[in-house]
Design a protein. Structure first.
Lengths: 295, 262, 330
């Protein structure tokens, strides 16, 4: 394969992977925006989403779209439940306490899943015929098309919700200033809960898509993508929705290039190197604004 | 009587200083000096730029333009701790104590730059460690005694009543061994009796430690009662300066500040 | 003046602690030499000591200086790998390997600390987590040290005496540091960085110093850890391991050395006791963590030290201690 074509091929792979990071990163960034919590459990929510999709297909015999919907709804409820049980009681606690709780929730989801579904990786069933479009040597397979298509549809829906619905407006207000939003009559508990629901639903879809893409899921699959999605959120500017999408895609592309042209063992290091460079050069991310502490 | 500006006696001076935050001028064409040993007040309505001036003097902010000198040398570009080490200490408008530490430790921390033992001596507890620790403990207790806080030395700073927290901030600033003491609304939230006591205390420590004092204050009685010279700020500019009597008569001041209150 | 911290009291306090250490050493060494402890628990006694060094050194960074590091296992890895290369490939004496490992980790901590410690809170946490992972991935890609498969043929140098006395040294080092003007500078940074700077404290210097000291002790702990085994692999130093040390610190109390000892002991003991039920162990662990944050977010000891509890009236907590639930209303 010639060089130019190889670059294009890695770009396609990178954008597919990046779309998945983007879906997870959206949840991260929404949750951080509204309660300033790095929700370490978010990657595990994505894992649970993948398992629900898996069981919906294998046990209930659903096809891909209903399976996605089942996973989306169930995982959204799980996300809201986690928020209600674990984070809501700590609304006024120091942020460190909430962060540690998130680590606890993350461990809990990982190992409770391991207990119930066993630690062995499961093979995700093939839900579609292996089609592949070949454009002059550039291969885009069916899974990649599915990922890109579904991601695109979800982005449109999310943009609509955030921009044009009352709930979306309330979410934006609350993430700008929770206390003032509350004074304006916004029920911030409800908005936070909905944010967790939407974020978890997006993560669930990402989980099912990853299952389809890589054919394999396991209870610890959420750890790395979770962290990387956070990197994507920071890269784009934490709390900013388009930032999460752009950050996710950049991260996916960089990873694809690193594994394609250097070595796949450095893939994870690349993500963290990006993180550190961003934090040092522009901690507010690509779309972020600078703020200064008042003395 | 207020002292006129004499080059050899000027301790802190700001020349044509301005500070711009995102296009907004917090302070502009700010000219200011304070002589050694003087007690000067900085007054003005809310948002006039008083605290910004303090933050410029202490290196928390860097001036956009202009020059600030302390003891004849420029302090522009220095970090806050370097300016403190040269002899400027301050208190904060919104109290910034080390709230989870004891009252005694709050003061001991401020001796930091005057403690003469290294990390290795501290860790091995050899050399000057014990002697120096003993010395700063005694000095810290002396300071606490002055501010009627000695019996509270073992309490956590956050558990002190409000007025005592303000006094502790001053004690802590003094421990840093300043030539110039900057007090940012030291009487805020105090009752008239506490304010009266504070005024006497400021006069007394000034004499005792040979200090130069600059204070920001809302309480007009306090400012007029103890300051020898006053600067009045409005919208980031000095609109008047002089003795309390001069300032009180200034029509600009009456319009901008005193008039607004009465 | 004795009421506060008179200097005679300090000297006496040190002597009592040292005496206590000697007695404890004799007792535990007796149990080990007399084969009262099974080899499983003997190993775990070593691990407890190593974890105490890890926890107390992380506490210096996170608890005392108020910086949030999540990459402590990375520094442990540096110490471990530098140590095993020196002993295995160059036949260096153990003490040289430990020191070199500690110094390398401290130096790396210094280099990493200068740029990253400008960051605050969450950003610093995630940056240090990333750095810890980068260290691990780099080691994984060095063929000379065995890559992902790990480093084999390590001499078994670590014994109880090494672990015990190095733990004692680490504890005294950090205790003395914290109770000096340098340690108080770190506390001031934790409490209020702007005020600390205004009191003449070079905050960058002290953050980097605390970070480098913490990293150095993590390096020494890494050297001790590696020489317990025949083989070490980069997988022992993931960010999950860093979480583990963080949990010890938080459980014991951020800003309490006594707490770090207790945290390391409880976590290691629980892990060992539940070793046969790995999933249950982690579920219990996770729930314990969540409930700790709900009901005692300041950890078992908060800011308290066992030595300051000596007068009887303080054993049951200082006045107002019970009210400091860490949760604020409103």
């Amino acid at each position: 394969m010639e060089m130019g074509q190889q670059v294009l091929q890695q770009l396609v792979n990178g954008i597919s992977l990046g779309s998945i990071y983007a879906l997870i990163a959206l949840g991260y960034t929404m949750i951080y925006g509204i309660i300033k919590l790095i929700n370490f459990a978010h990657g595990d929510i994505y894992m649970v989403g993948a398992y629900i999709g898996f069981f919906a297909i294998t046990q209930a015999g659903l096809s891909i779209v209903p399976a996605l919907l089942v996973s989306l709804v169930t995982t959204a409820m799980l996300g809201m439940l986690v928020e209600k049980l674990a984070y809501k009681p700590l609304r006024h606690a120091p942020r460190l306490s909430v962060l540690i709780t998130a680590i606890g929730v993350s461990f809990f989801l990982e190992y409770a899943s391991m207990y119930f579904v066993s630690p062995t990786p499961r093979t995700f069933p093939a839900v579609m015929d292996s089609v592949a479009i070949n454009i002059g040597g550039l291969v885009i397979n069916g899974q990649q098309l599915l990922i890109l298509g579904i991601t695109f549809v979800l982005m449109v829906i999310l943009t609509y919700i955030v921009k044009f619905t009352n709930t979306g407006k309330a979410m934006r207000a609350a993430s700008f200033d929770t206390e003032t939003a509350q004074l304006m009559g916004i029920n911030s508990d409800r908005i936070i809960s909905i944010t967790f629901g939407i974020g978890s639903a997006l993560a669930a879809v990402a989980g099912v898509l990853v299952g389809i893409y890589y054919n394999s899921i396991d209870p610890l699959m959420g750890i790395m993508p979770g962290l990387k999605a956070f990197v994507a959120a920071v890269l784009g500017g934490i709390g900013i929705l388009p930032g999460a999408v752009v950050g996710g895609i950049i991260l996916g592309v960089v990873e694809a290039f690193v594994s394609g042209f250097i070595s796949s063992t450095f893939r994870d290091a690349a993500a963290f190197a990006i993180l550190i460079i961003v934090l040092l050069v522009r901690p507010t991310g690509i779309f972020g604004k600078n703020t200064k502490e008042k003395v | 009587m207020a002292e006129a500006k004499k080059e050899s006696k000027v301790l802190l001076e700001a020349k044509d200083v301005s500070e711009v935050f995102g296009g907004l001028k917090a302070v502009s064409d700010f000219n200011f000096y304070i002589n050694k040993g003087e007690l000067v007040g900085l007054i003005g309505p809310n948002g006039a730029g008083k605290t910004t001036a303090f933050n410029l003097f202490t290196g928390v902010y860097q001036p956009t333009t202009g020059e600030i000198t302390f003891g004849g040398k420029s302090i522009v570009g220095l970090k806050p701790y370097q300016i403190t080490q040269r002899g400027v200490a301050r208190t904060f408008q919104n109290i910034r104590l080390f709230s989870e530490l004891t009252v005694l430790d709050n003061v001991k921390i401020a001796f930091h730059d005057h403690v003469k033992y290294g990390v290795l001596e501290a860790v091995l507890r050899v050399g000057r460690y014990y002697k120096e620790e003993e010395r700063i403990e005694q000095e810290a207790l002396k300071l606490l005694d002055i501010f009627h806080l000695k019996d509270k030395a073992g309490e956590l700073a956050k558990n002190l009543p409000y007025g005592a927290q303000r006094r502790l901030e001053i004690a802590r600033a003094l421990a840093a061994g300043p030539k110039l003491l900057l007090l940012d609304e030291p009487a805020a939230g105090m009752n008239p009796q506490e304010t009266q006591e504070l005024m006497e205390m400021i006069r007394w420590i000034r004499k005792k430690f040979g200090l130069t004092v600059l204070l920001i204050e809302h309480d007009m009685n306090l400012v007029m009662g103890i300051c020898e010279r006053i600067y009045v700020l409005e919208y980031g500019m000095v609109i008047a300066s002089g003795t309390p009597e001069e300032v009180q008569k200034d029509p600009e001041v009456i319009r901008a500040y005193l008039g607004g209150e009465g | 003046m004795d009421k506060f911290s008179g200097m005679k009291y300090l000297k006496k306090n040190d002597a009592v602690l040292l005496g206590f250490a000697i007695v404890l050493f004799a007792l535990l060494q007796g149990l080990i030499s007399g084969k009262v402890l099974s080899s499983f628990w003997q190993l775990n006694v070593l691990i407890i000591g190593i974890n105490i060094i890890m926890a107390v050194s992380l506490n210096l960074i996170n608890g005392y200086t108020g910086q949030f590091s999540l990459g402590h296992a990375g520094f442990m890895a540096v110490g471990a790998y530098v140590g095993v290369v020196l002993t295995t490939n160059f036949h260096a004496p153990f003490v040289v390997a430990l020191l070199a490992g500690g110094l390398s980790a401290a130096f790396l901590g210094f280099l990493i600390g200068i740029p990253t410690l400008r960051l605050n809170g969450d950003y610093l946490a995630i940056a240090t987590l990333g750095l810890g992972e980068i260290i691990r991935i780099v080691i994984m890609n060095i063929e000379y040290v065995g890559g992902a498969a790990g480093f084999k043929g390590i001499p078994h140098h670590t014994n109880f005496a090494w672990v015990f006395w190095l733990t004692v040294i680490a504890l005294f080092f950090i205790k003395n540091f914290v109770n000096s003007t340098h340690g108080r500078a770190c506390l001031a940074i934790r409490e209020n960085e702007i005020a600390a700077e205004s009191m003449g404290i070079n905050t960058t210097k002290y953050k980097v110093l605390a970070f480098a000291i913490g990293a150095g002790f993590a390096g020494i702990a890494g050297g001790l850890f590696a020489h317990c085994f025949y083989l070490i692999s980069p997988n022992s130093f993931t960010f999950m391991a860093s979480f583990n040390y963080l949990i010890m610190v938080v459980m014991g109390g951020m800003g309490s050395i006594t707490g770090s000892i207790a945290g390391a002991f409880v976590v290691t003991f629980l892990s060992a006791a539940l070793a046969s039920w790995p999933e249950f162990r982690m579920i219990i662990y996770a729930l314990a963590l969540i409930f700790l944050m709900f009901y005692r977010p300041q950890g078992l000891f908060g800011y308290m030290e066992i030595t300051s509890m000596r007068p009887l009236n303080r054993i049951f907590g200082r006045p107002g201690e019970k009210k400091e639930g860490g949760r604020t209303d409103g």
